[in-house]
Design a protein. Sequence first.
Lengths: 272, 175
Amino acid sequence: MSVAPAAPKSRRASKAQAIAQADASALFAYVVSLADDALVLGHRLSEWSGRAPMLEEDIALSNLGLDLIGQARLLYAYAGEVEGKGRGEDDLAYLRDEFAYANLLLVEQPNGDFAATMVRQLLYAAFMHLYWQALQTSADARLAEIAGKAVKEMAYHVRHAAEWVIRLGDGTDDSHARAAAALEELWTYTGELFEMEEGERALAQTGVAVDRATIRPAWDATVDRVLAEATLQRPAERWMQSGGRSGRHSEHLGHLLAEMQVLHRAHPGATW
Amino acid sequence: MMVVVDKGAAAGTDEGYFQLARAHRIAAAVVDPEIPVLTLEDLGVLRGVERRRGRIIVKLTPTYTGCPATQAIKLAVEAALTEAGMAKARVETVLSPAWTTDQITEQGRRKLVAFGIAPPARGARARSLFAEEAVTCPKCGSTATAKISEFGSTACKALWRCEACAEPFDYFKCL
């Protein structure tokens, strides 16, 4: 049944409606970008299931992946409600292509060796632990609630990654060299953690999102502390990679999505 | 803890009250599929039972966002209520305030020890990011213990070892 929208009562009313719509689409894009970060990294970690260097880490990485996928589900479900077009978690996760994904380039980078996975995990988790902490006071009640759950989980993601980066950096010559190489390789993706698109900036001004620049000093402090203990050199400031938020991804995301989405796309609407 | 809230048409009647109290009792007694000695009440995840438009609504809060047991618990509660004649009962998820291991009851903590799982340290909120935890062995009571891995057989457990009795054990990690 289609119902024609009621004619606006006045110019002011239609303007208010337009603003509300623009706000909703900015909120949708913002929530989806947070969800994409969590899902893509969660999927990356799940790739270690059954092949981690030891049983404890196999379990650990699967556990961390589960947390992230759980956070992604809460965020996608909310994004679907904000959008109001009847799309749910599965539609958003499985039926969007690479260019519609807005995740950070950092989280889509391949697992590499165990050191690369741990360095990537430290850089992301150290940021998100602080980010969720700040988002707990969001003007958006639902986001504040989700942040309240996620911040607790992210605390042990940081601890776990920090312990490993220290162990590897301050370990053998081989483990030190691998951790140092991973840090060099991944550092170029850390600039994007602090970038904000126009929509997110507007949401930060109204207290819905968090101004990412305010996270910087505490993130620097955590990362510097861990790197110092790991005897690893913090990479020099440099040109940073960017583009994930606007759908310009590295070649790796397409492969990841192909594997993650194939079953759902081959059997649309299947349940068990 | 909030026991029952009734917002439905039957509020105030004895029949309505008893049905809610019964639904609460049944939901509270459902056990966690991964730690079968703990009921939902012990775990502290039952956030209330309501009636809305003649339908029983059980409010549960998840422990970990990605915990696969959450879905199993939801189904188990709905099945238990259906079996008790409340076929239209539904489970609703409540996120806030976020669950913490401090909400596990005293009885729950005792059951965990008896089951061989060290209960979580108290004061989840007070823990600083890189602080060490002190855990007591659930088998011999020694505090000479060491962490093997922060991740164990389920999302909520870490793997520890007792230096005194040499037994490995699960620790319900503090959240």
